[in-house]
Design a protein around this ligand. Structure first.
Ligand code: GLC
Length: 630
């Protein structure tokens, strides 16, 4: 059963694409100020959903915010990340219900944090549609929800192959070196990513000719080896006289405006920048067309970044700091310095800045903070509508998102850190993102910020080889993270061979999840709803229809507890040539998993095929070399 309610004057998000009859009453859980309270949540209840957030698969006991944020510190005290995904499910004893809040502005969730038996939801602007779902199981509710929001984006098959990225490969020579080293060492590869340094001064759709004299030539050189070049596009546009994107956008009023109707200026990578108004349909079409310049070079994949939008600073706040410094020039005391520090902390992504620029959305001028969460979504939509106009299947994924964007592209999980807790987080985030429709997702393998060592990379790959987006990306100033940078790169390469041997399985299962509005990555409790032990399993996942994974997620560990909700066949995999099988009964097991092996489990009545060894998606999936049945 689905009930739809209207509260205040909601702004259209285009997330729900199926008509649902409006219930004219107010929702029973509403308070006078438009906030929502769900009471009587029992101690045993489990809360699922919320997409790209921190913490556990069970969202209970924490607070969250749905307000797309460029948040490079994914630590426990943070409430918001890059996506805003207002869908959750409560499984409480024999009751199961869910809510989707269709709202593009700030929403906060107190998931039994302040009061252990209450969910409290607050709004910056209590104008929204509320969809209530009641059904027998979380999976049934997810299907109901997904039937309203349309099918998930799936990339071309090559995009499930291995991608090598770094901030940044700065020249053609560097890119070719990455390509050639992979070829020489027979390390599988399907894509190389270009980060912001391929552009001229970080200007979208420009190419630095000194470092990339012929990007077209480079793209075709890579294509000869079945490797795709995937450039980044940032949300902001450099404010520069003579730069056609800035000029055309200004002439046509395609950029967000300040309160005086002037183009709003923010600081991002290119310095002072303009924000395209992706919510304005003409501006959106215009921006989408710009990708043609790169399509003409043979490019067929893009990643869209900084589209929360990330604001490093605004002129107003810089002026405030300068004034403060002027006023306190002489022997500043400790309080003055601390206050200055606070002002600097408040510089990026400042809420006052988000309130001070405007969109032209459906002919109406709307302050940004009221529609903040549409920004990244509509940037993805703008790109996707242009790129796929001829039904071409272009790889596209984004950092920021709202539910709705799942129809147009995937998401990566932003600037994680090379640390063990973030390895576990990616398993939990991938599951929660699947619940809200983002099937094509993955975290930067090895972690983005910080240095990754060989053990972490090994364990990360053992998990990530089931992750749909399979990209190794690392930040500037960090230790090199390409597979061949590690001493025992041969073993890491073996893990990539295993990914390619399972590529067909991953692709088929993703497609199945898309077609059936199901989940490719799931918590165990979805498959075994009567088994209460599964409710507490936070470090295992069901993959597709036939598999369960139980990766090692901690340093210096060669054993872990694995819970089997039924008898399963365990495969212990060291290499494609060295796979052993063992049937384990239902229950808890202490399983040894040495560094150069990992274990996966086949469900009863299922089988898993490993295909031929391949160094590219073009040669993968030709012949089955091993088949395991249970
Ligand atoms: C952002 C992105 C990261 C990228 C960097 C430079 O931090 O999240 O992936 O490498 O910008 O473009």
């Amino acid at each position: 059963m689905i009930n739809k309610y209207k509260v205040g004057n909601p702004i259209e998000t285009q997330t729900v694409i199926t008509k649902v009859k409006l219930n004219n009453d107010l929702p029973p859980i509403i308070n006078q100020d438009g906030s929502l309270t769900i009471s009587d949540i029992t101690d045993d209840a489990v809360i699922y959903g919320l997409g790209e957030t921190l913490h556990t698969i069970n969202k209970k006991g924490f607070r969250y915010e749905a307000f797309c944020k460029d948040e490079p510190h994914h630590w426990e005290d943070k409430k918001a990340l890059y996506g805003a995904h207002n869908f959750f499910i409560v499984k409480d004893k024999n009751k199961c219900f869910g809510y989707f809040i269709d709202c593009p502005s700030f929403v906060s969730y107190d998931m039994c944090f302040t009061h252990k038996n209450k969910i409290i939801i607050n709004f910056a602007y209590p104008d929204y549609y509320l969809y209530e779902f009641i059904n027998n199981s979380p999976l049934a509710i997810i299907k109901d929800f997904r039937s309203l929001i349309g099918k998930s984006y799936l990339p071309p098959k090559w995009a499930l192959g291995y991608g090598q990225s770094r901030w940044s490969y700065k020249s053609e020579a560097e890119v070719l070196n990455v390509l050639n080293t992979h070829i020489e060492k027979e390390i599988p590869l399907d894509s190389i990513y270009l980060d912001i340094d391929y552009m001229v001064m970080f200007k979208n759709f420009t190419v630095n000719q000194n470092n990339f004299p012929s990007l077209k030539g480079l793209v075709s050189k890579l294509k000869e080896n079945n490797v795709h070049l995937v450039p980044i596009i940032d949300a902001g546009v450099k404010d520069e006289v003579g730069y056609w994107v800035a000029e055309e956008g200004k002439t046509n009023n395609y950029f967000c405006k300040d309160q005086n109707g002037k183009d709003f200026i923010v600081g991002v990578w290119p310095g002072y920048s303009l924000l395209p108004d992706y919510l304005n349909s003409d501006a959106s079409k215009w921006f989408g067309k710009q990708y043609q310049k790169l399509l003409d070079l043979g490019i067929d994949g893009f990643w869209n970044d900084m589209n929360e939008p990330s604001l490093f600073y605004s002129q107003k706040r810089i002026n405030e700091i300068s004034k403060y410094l002027e006023q306190h020039q002489d022997k500043p005391d400790l309080n003055t310095v601390l206050e200055l520090q606070e002002k600097i902390n408040q510089l990026p992504n400042n809420m006052e800045d988000y309130k001070s620029f405007y969109h032209n959305y459906n002919g109406q001028v709307i302050a940004h903070d009221k529609v903040h969460n549409l920004y990244g979504y509509f940037m993805t939509k703008s790109a996707s509508e242009y790129l796929n106009k001829d039904n071409s299947n272009i790889l596209l994924f984004s950092r920021a998102s709202l539910i709705g964007a799942h129809r147009y592209g995937g998401v990566w999980q932003g600037d994680n850190y090379s640390c063990w807790s973030h390895l576990k987080l990616t398993l939990q985030q991938t599951i929660s993102l699947n619940m809200v429709g983002f099937l094509f997702t993955g975290a930067d393998i090895g972690g983005f910020a910080g240095d990754c060592n060989e053990e972490l990379m090994t364990r990360w790959l053992q998990l990530a080889l089931f992750q749909p987006l399979f990209r190794n990306h690392s930040a500037i100033y960090t230790k090199r993270q390409e597979i061949y940078s590690f001493d025992n790169w041969e073993y890491l390469r073996e893990l990539l061979y295993i990914r390619y041997a399972l590529l067909d399985f991953i692709y088929d299962e993703l497609k199945y999840a898309r077609d059936t509005d199901g989940l490719y990555f799931r918590p165990l409790s979805f498959d075994y709803p009567t088994d209460l032990n599964t409710l507490q399993i936070e470090d295992q996942a069901m993959i597709g229809r036939s598999l369960m994974i139980a990766p090692i997620l901690e340093a210096n560990k060669t054993r872990r507890e694995v819970y089997l909700p039924e008898t399963m066949k365990m495969l212990r995999i060291n290499s494609l040539a060295n796979i052993t099988e063992e049937v384990l009964p239902k229950g808890y097991h202490n399983v040894e998993v040495k560094l150069h092996e990992f274990v996966i489990f086949i469900k009863k009545g299922h089988e898993l095929s490993f295909f031929n060894k391949a160094t590219n998606s073009s040669s993968a999936g030709k012949t089955i070399i091993k088949k395991y049945k249970f």
